[in-house]
Design a protein around this ligand. Structure first.
Ligand SMILES: [Zn+2]
Length: 77
């Protein structure tokens, strides 16, 4: 037989928080990564043309790629 299973208690697996971050979407999966800010801006423009989605292109701190996401709107009057 192969590897033996570790006996004893199972480690409690922490549920990942289901919050959209700059690198992941609301489902916790990584966002589409673009190689340049221009590429990301083009994708944002396309998303706006198709879905009227107001997306912003930005550089990601996690993977150093570029993503598009919802603009963070500051509540203001
Ligand atoms: Zn990223």
């Amino acid at each position: 037989m192969g590897k033996t299973r570790r006996p004893g208690k199972r480690k409690v697996v922490r549920q990942p928080l289901r919050i959209a971050s700059s690198h992941t979407d609301r489902n916790g999966s990584p966002k589409t990564r673009y190689h340049s800010i221009l590429e990301a801006r083009q994708a944002a423009a396309a998303a706006y043309a198709i879905h009227r989605a107001d997306l912003e292109a930005y550089q990601c701190n996690h993977c150093n790629g570029f993503h598009i996401g919802n603009r963070r709107v500051d509540p203001k009057d």
